[in-house]
Design a protein around this ligand. Structure first.
Ligand code: SF4
Length: 399
């Protein structure tokens, strides 16, 4: 059977750091550093050549940070390296994350020419005052210009990110954002609730913390999102993700169904050949390692040895995923999707019936109405999604 792997490319640069953001991204890096970093990404991609000959690639996600901050020629370069060293399937989904204020017509045309076929635009809110409060670099008009430019460039698969639970946000202002986003008719909408992360400016600002909507209001926003989007033809296929039929994000589905993926760049996570790991997070150590690797490509005739030597330094938190952990992940990730998990798929992967392993917990939650079973699928009900943290914890196996 043919093997597949998905690819994630991390671009850790932003114009300005948003006040709620704890992603691995930096503002104010010099253009020279960006150029060196992209060159290093290309070396890392090349390093996998001897290992991935048998794999097909069904999805690629260029995320960040703000990938659209880079010139299109750099993105073209990354894509060229991927195509040179990996077998990218003809219908692969190729996404780039973009922020309004960094997209130009020329960039969009460059992405198209490089084979990118999906754009994910970080809008977050249609309210300019809110955007300012969040520390976003754009206003609503800039989003409109970016969205229209993407359509004009021929992109037929666009995601818009929005957020609920924002400081000072009311149900009225949230519904206004949601309704205006629906009017644009994107194929996909991601609607996440703000989470206050330690170390961010928001976490240290008592006024912001004071303005956060109560949990009841946030929950109501979630309910409204489900109802309004369903009424406009969007399926909720995961807790926070909605798509028109056929436009579910293939790349995310790989994460949620336990598929293999390789992450390139600092901090990027991978699940590959039975191991989970992430790359080192220090950008200058990463650049040093990859620039050395580039020199070694010239000297070596044993690429596999070079791969093994380099990944020993590059990778952190390497964990072998044994069968119990794989079963747990199958449940944790699969139950995030509204279609849940497949009993047959479980049997095929683990050679056991799902009830043999999880019978008591499944019977309990199905009996209480927090889960349901229909044909081959087992999934969380709406009531179950509301308390999913508690339920998912019960799928941990005693080992
Ligand atoms: S644009 Fe995204 S990655 Fe960059 S600082 Fe803002 S939230 Fe973080």
């Amino acid at each position: 059977m043919k093997k597949y792997v998905s690819l994630y490319v991390h671009i850790p640069f932003c114009v300005v750091k948003c006040k709620y953001c704890d992603f691995l991204s930096f503002d104010g890096e010099s253009y020279g550093t960006m150029l060196r970093y992209v060159d290093c990404l290309c070396q890392e991609i090349k390093m996998y050549a001897p290992i991935v000959a048998d794999y097909g690639v069904r999805s690629i996600f260029i995320g960040g940070g703000t990938p659209s901050l880079l010139d299109e020629s750099l993105i073209t370069n990354i894509m060229a390296f991927i195509r040179r060293y990996f077998h990218v399937e003809k219908n692969a989904e190729v996404t780039i994350e973009a922020n309004p204020g960094t997209l130009r017509h020329q960039k969009l045309n460059g992405y198209k020419a490089a084979g990118i076929n999906r754009i994910s635009i970080g809008l977050q809110s249609c309210d300019d005052d809110m955007l300012k409060k969040l520390g976003r670099i754009h206003n609503f008009d800039q989003f409109v210009a970016s969205y229209n430019a993407a359509r004009r460039a021929g992109f037929q698969n666009i995601n818009i990110d929005i957020m609920s639970g924002l400081p000072g946000q009311t149900i009225h202002t949230y519904v206004d954002t949601l309704s205006r986003v629906i009017e644009f008719g994107p194929e996909h909408i991601s609607a996440y609730s703000l989470s206050i992360e330690e170390g961010t400016p928001f976490a240290k600002d008592p006024q912001i913390l004071n303005e956060l909507p109560p949990e009841m209001v946030d929950r109501r926003m979630y309910e409204i999102t489900k109802q309004l989007l369903a009424a406009h033809g969007y399926d909720r296929y995961e807790f926070s993700n909605y798509a028109k039929p056929g436009y579910e994000c293939k790349h995310n589905m790989v994460y949620w169904t336990g598929g293999e993926y390789i992450g390139f760049g600092i901090g990027a996570s991978s699940y590959f050949q039975g191991k989970r790991f992430n790359n080192m997070r220090d950008i200058f150590k990463y650049i040093e390692l990859m620039e050395n690797l580039s020199d070694k490509f010239v000297e070596t005739d044993n690429m596999e040895l070079l791969y093994n030597d380099t990944t020993r330094t590059l990778r952190e938190n390497v964990t072998n995923i044994y069968i119990d952990a794989r079963m747990e992940e199958f449940m944790f990730l699969g139950l995030r999707m509204t279609c849940g998990v497949s009993r047959e798929d479980f049997k095929e992967r683990f050679n056991k019936d799902i009830y043999e392993v999880y019978g008591s917990v499944l019977n309990k939650y199905i009996g209480e109405g927090f889960m349901a079973s229909e044909g081959d699928r087992i999934y969380l009900t709406d009531a179950g999604i509301d308390v999913s943290n508690v339920i998912l914890a019960d799928f941990l196996l005693d080992s």
